[in-house]
Design a binder for this molecule. Structure first.
Ligand code: SF4
Length: 757
């Protein structure tokens, strides 16, 4: 048994009492997410009310998951903490480092060889600290979690921004940085600003070409990439109950694209069916017995506008398929309007590649619905006019999709199956010709479509749609093809029309028994050392960051003033750089290379105030560091949106960036920066962004007086000798201020563990 039945049994025993206590303290009915959050308070009992959207609360999540790219740094940090095992069940998943190029079998061989050092490191750390290890090829973190570990009412964190996928099984599952994982694995409370709650009532029923993906694509259009920031999105209603468990997971997964803390559905029969089908009848029975606690109170459901911070209603019977993009997942276009919108915006109509799968959409239902489209195409004597690629989410899914004949159907229309891994979804796609940066269109069923994300080409227009729509569009070869209304010409020259997709929620022949790629922690491994070669360019033992010296920051040169969208992909690019995720010094060479310099509108070209030359961002930062001076980064709105990668926060700390001042932060990135000891500030007047000049030297003063809710003074020393004083806000609470003073949150943990040893 892979999941932790005892831990889950004990949780369900205590949950009703904790909820009842919270209800007494709050003196009102509770939403589902409140029930789960209040059941996971670190101090176990609700002793006071917390305000949604303002109060920081410490939680005790049930488990931690890490993917291989982020696990390296998380575990390197955990190793510094002085513990001998993880305090909660944890798992590591080898999914991000596998390059998609020639197909599953060849790509797996290459990955195992090229990433051997990293896989060996992760495997040995997992053995030493009692952490479950999922080998390369086992599948993508979120799919594995859904298939094996998620349970209704539970709470987990994962070092990947799409951790909320487990909300499809009724779990509060939150994407975090590695430093947060270290907090939980070391037995500390994990702190989060108590989220606001958005309620989305789903009525009606999906039909025809519409699918769960279209719900979240529509929601992304309604709320935008930042509309869910600081919020849990709670779905409910008859429509919600009509969606499969894996369909719910797709919706929760892409809640990350609206910046939501997480998304969640209440426990229902679809979840029960999924738990039973995936060998977890015990959990289905326990959840069934606690059904009333695993949904919002009836008063909330009957008057949602009163209890949610925002309330939206969507009628699934009226929902048509959406295509979102290019370059941002919230640019939502209903398929019936795509022709008009694409023409108006001059989006290239010819689709070069259609890709289905990923952690977002590779359930049995997704694969079977796409395969029904492929079968229909074969019957109609059609093949795919675009290239067509499939990335299964797990070995289990790959096995049953192959067993049930779906891959044969994909191959019959020209499809190619990649390894069970992230691949093209995270830039691990060695796509022929992409380096020449041709203007082109791709469409996929993944979740993100920022510039360069899939293939590194800034001119790839990437669109997001459901797997069945992607399959239909790949068959047509045209972005503006609408399978609901349009016909195609087959190999006999006849006009034909694709039928509506059909699929199966769960495999009729079961999930089967396979080698799923899991490695149980091995006691022998506890004794062995963790070997990291000093010559390694992929792994490097961490040195603690220095404590704050108690002095104000004076005359810090501006490093870069980033213009517009600056996601974690812009701050610390993925793709090629994934291989350095365990080597802070080497990966710091990608810091901000994707960000646009406000002053010359170029990427990776900023003024070095020492030489007066324009140079790459990391080179300038290193030059300042070598001269013993820190620097300041300025950013625009929603700075650091996107992923939870803490490298985006560790790199500036390593490069001696003392402060990041922005119009607004994305939540995870702001917390990550705080944890690493970088001062995070926001302009109290957003117009002050325009006062920052390229040659400025910046003072940040009165830091000794740093206190919750108290503004910070920033002095801009302009090159003409003039000074301007502006005010900045911060969101530090008292405990977080201690992180800043100690040099990092980890420095504090290490000190505490030393004392208790
Ligand atoms: S979103 Fe893409 S990169 Fe992230 S876990 Fe899912 S498949 Fe992997």
């Amino acid at each position: 048994m892979i999941f932790d039945l005892e831990m889950i049994q004990s949780f369900y025993r205590e949950m009703p009492g904790r909820i009842s206590n919270a209800r007494k303290v709050l003196r009102r009915p509770l939403t589902l997410s409140e029930k789960i959050l209040y059941s996971h308070l670190f101090n176990r009992k609700s002793e006071g009310t917390y305000n949604r959207g303002t109060d920081y609360v410490e939680f005790a999540p049930d488990r931690v998951a890490m993917q291989d790219a982020t696990a390296q740094m998380a575990l390197l940090q955990f190793m510094m903490a002085g513990k001998d095992h993880s305090s909660v069940p944890a798992s590591v998943h080898c999914d991000h480092l596998i390059m998609a190029k020639e197909g599953a079998s060849a790509d797996m061989k290459t990955a195992v060889y090229t990433n051997k050092e990293v896989y060996d490191f992760l495997s040995s750390v997992c053995n030493k600290y009692d952490i479950g290890f999922w080998k390369p090829g086992a599948g993508i973190i979120h799919q594995i979690i859904l298939e094996n570990y998620a349970f209704p009412g539970g709470m987990m964190i994962g070092t990947d921004s799409h951790t909320p996928n487990a909300g499809g099984l009724g779990m509060v599952a939150i994407g975090v940085g590695g430093a947060d994982a270290v907090d939980v694995m070391t037995g500390m409370g994990w702190e989060l600003k108590l989220p606001k709650i958005i309620g989305i009532k789903l009525t009606g029923k999906l039909s025809g070409w519409s699918s769960p993906k279209d719900i979240i694509l529509k929601v992304a259009g309604l709320l935008t990439v930042s509309g869910g920031t600081g919020c849990v999105v709670e779905y409910f209603g008859d429509g919600a109950e009509s969606i499969s468990c894996t369909g719910k997971a797709t919706i929760c997964n892409m809640g990350a694209e609206i910046g939501a803390t997480c998304s969640i559905f209440g426990y229902d029969n679809a979840m029960s069916r999924y738990l039973n089908a995936t060998g977890r009848k015990d959990i289905a029975d326990l959840a069934g017995a606690n059904r009333e606690h695993l949904k919002s109170d009836s008063e909330v459901l009957s008057d949602p506008a009163k209890y949610y911070d925002k309330f939206i209603e969507i009628n699934l019977s009226e929902l048509e398929p959406y295509i979102n993009g290019p370059f941002t997942p919230d640019l939502a276009t209903p398929i019936s309007r795509m022709k008009e919108v694409a023409e108006k915006n001059n989006w290239p109509d010819k689709v070069e590649v259609g890709l289905i799968g990923s952690c977002t959409n590779s359930s049995y239902e997704d694969i079977s619905r796409s395969a029904s489209v492929a079968k229909n195409a074969v019957d109609l004597r059609l093949t795919a006019r675009s290239e067509f690629k499939i990335t299964p989410g797990s070995e289990q899914i790959r096995y049953i999709a192959e067993r049930d004949g779906y891959f044969k159907l994909f191959e019959a229309i020209g499809g190619e199956v990649f390894a069970n891994a992230c691949g093209p979804c995270i830039g691990q796609w060695e796509r022929k010709g992409a380096d020449k940066n041709p203007v082109n269109t791709v469409i996929h069923s993944f979740n993100r479509n920022f510039a360069k994300r899939a293939d590194g080409n800034p001119n790839t227009f990437a669109f997001v749609a459901s797997p069945e729509i992607v399959t239909a569009i790949a068959i047509s070869g045209k972005l503006t093809f609408n399978p609901i209304t349009d016909s195609l010409v087959n190999s006999d020259g006849k006009e034909v029309k694709l039928s509506e997709p059909s699929g199966t929620e769960l495999p009729p022949n079961g999930f089967g028994s396979i080698d799923n790629g899991y490695q149980k922690p091995d006691n022998e491994g506890k004794k062995g050392p963790i070997a990291i070669s000093v010559e390694s360019d992929r792994l490097q033992i961490l040195e603690p960051f220095q404590e704050w010296d108690g002095k104000d920051f004076k005359a810090l040169p501006l490093l870069i003033k980033a213009k517009g969208k600056c996601t974690t992909d812009h701050i610390s690019m993925a793709g090629f750089w994934l291989k350095y995720r365990g080597h802070l010094e080497n990966i710091s060479n990608n810091y901000m290379i994707g960000a646009v310099n406000f002053f010359n509108e170029k990427t990776n070209s900023i003024l070095n105030q020492i030489t007066g030359q324009y140079e790459p961002v990391p080179a300038v930062a290193m030059a300042y560091k070598a001269s013993g001076i820190g620097s300041v980064v300025i950013g625009d709105e929603n700075f650091g949106e996107g992923s939870s990668r803490e490298h985006a926060a560790m790199e500036p700390r390593y490069l001696n960036v003392k402060a990041v001042i922005v119009k607004s932060f994305a939540r995870i990135h702001e917390t990550n920066l705080k944890k690493q000891g970088v001062l995070t500030l926001t302009f109290s007047d957003k117009a002050d962004y325009s006062k920052i000049l390229e040659n400025d030297k910046i003072d940040i003063i009165d830091l000794k007086l740093l206190a919750p809710g108290k503004q910070v003074t920033v002095v801009l020393n302009h090159p003409d000798g003039k000074k301007e004083t502006i005010k900045a806000n911060h969101s530090y609470n008292a405990a977080q201020i201690e992180w800043f003073k100690a040099g990092s949150a980890l420095n504090l943990i290490r000190k505490a563990n030393k004392k208790s040893a």
